[in-house]
Design a protein around this ligand. Structure first.
Ligand code: C5P
Length: 232
């Protein structure tokens, strides 16, 4: 899979999501299904999107004891998602267990990536609320190298960190980066943001874009603007 724009389909029902995607008549965007839509609709939404020809990133951010994550990953593996994820904070042991659970009997599996620090988390909040007193980019790099040690395919991080992650973990280690905003757009609750063009410049492999596309007056035009800035 090459560089691509992934639309964060943060909708509360399958109907809203599918109606939204119906606007895309000329392309089949890579889509991300998060907790809201998955908890509302269950596995059927993943199957419906795959049946329509979309690639799916199932963003459920698993974080539990290794055995529970392993068993849950083995269930998710059968849904046909292209990428699934977990929190690197669950430790290397948990990530290794996840990978084991995800691997099908024939040896194939979806890509598995780890969330490092959420892009909504600032240095200040990480230090005060989580008692992590290292600089945030050091924490992200450490979590990334843990994910690599565990055998994962990449991480979710801010585009601001993607270059350093590639330097530390290699070019083939995927960086999937939310927190993307147009230069002239709203930031919302994201803290560490970048434009699609800057994310390309720094070497992100995939950008995850939600509200700048889903809340745009013309979502197809906003998607194409992202593709033009990031991929073309
Ligand atoms: O609307 P917006 O572009 O902010 O959407 C970003 C998407 O990426 C949301 O679905 C959010 O849950 C997700 N995400 C994130 N930061 C992370 C991991 C996932 O914003 N570190």
């Amino acid at each position: 899979m090459g560089k691509d724009v992934i639309i964060a389909c943060d909708f509360s029902s399958a109907e809203t999501c599918l109606n939204f995607l119906d606007q895309f008549t000329e392309e089949k965007p890579f889509v991300k299904i998060g907790m809201e839509l998955y908890y509302a609709e269950g596995p059927s939404i993943v199957k419906a999107l795959k049946a329509r020809g979309h690639k799916v990133f199932l963003d459920l951010k698993l974080h539990d004891i290794p055995n529970t994550v392993k068993k849950s990953m083995s269930v998710l593996s059968n849904l046909g998602a292209d990428i699934v994820n977990l929190h690197a904070a669950g430790t290397i042991t948990m990530m290794e267990a996840a990978l084991e659970g995800l691997t099908r009997p024939d040896g194939t599996r979806p890509l598995l990536i780890a969330v490092t620090q959420l892009t909504s988390t600032s240095q200040e909040r990480m230090t005060a609320d989580l008692l992590i007193d290292h600089p945030i980019d050091e924490v992200v790099l450490h979590y990334a190298s843990n994910a690599k040690k565990a055998g994962l395919d990449g991480i979710v991080c801010s585009p601001l960190e993607a270059g350093k992650v590639h330097d530390a973990c290699g070019k083939g280690f995927l960086t999937v980066t939310p927190g993307v905003r147009f230069a002239d757009g709203e930031i919302g609750d994201q803290v560490r943001v970048m434009t699609p063009a800057q994310a390309k410049e720094i070497g992100s492999d995939y950008i995850v874009v939600g509200r700048p596309i889903t809340a745009a007056a013309d979502p197809v035009a906003a998607y194409r603007r992202c593709v033009a800035e990031f991929v073309d």
